[in-house]
Design a protein around this ligand. Structure first.
Ligand SMILES: [Zn+2]
Length: 71
């Protein structure tokens, strides 16, 4: 509960904004920023996993190739 927006400090005019503590514009921006943070974290995890799998795959391929050359 706040009479002023916690993000930009402007006076809140409607009840739902006062309940949230943010004006409608700031509330949308905050929601988007939170979503972006979560999405970017997931993306980083995915990229890391793919990179590791690819490295393992390439290592295995090269190991097989070198074993064929030797034998
Ligand atoms: Zn605001």
């Amino acid at each position: 509960m706040a009479d002023f927006c916690l993000r930009c400090g402007r006076a809140l005019k409607n009840k739902s904004s006062i309940k949230r503590g943010y004006g409608p514009g700031c509330y949308k921006k905050i929601n988007r920023e939170e979503k972006k943070d979560k999405e970017s974290q997931v993306d980083v995890n995915k990229e890391e996993r793919i990179e590791i799998e690819g490295q393992i795959f390439i290592d295995e391929l090269e190991e097989r190739r070198s074993m064929r050359k030797i034998s």
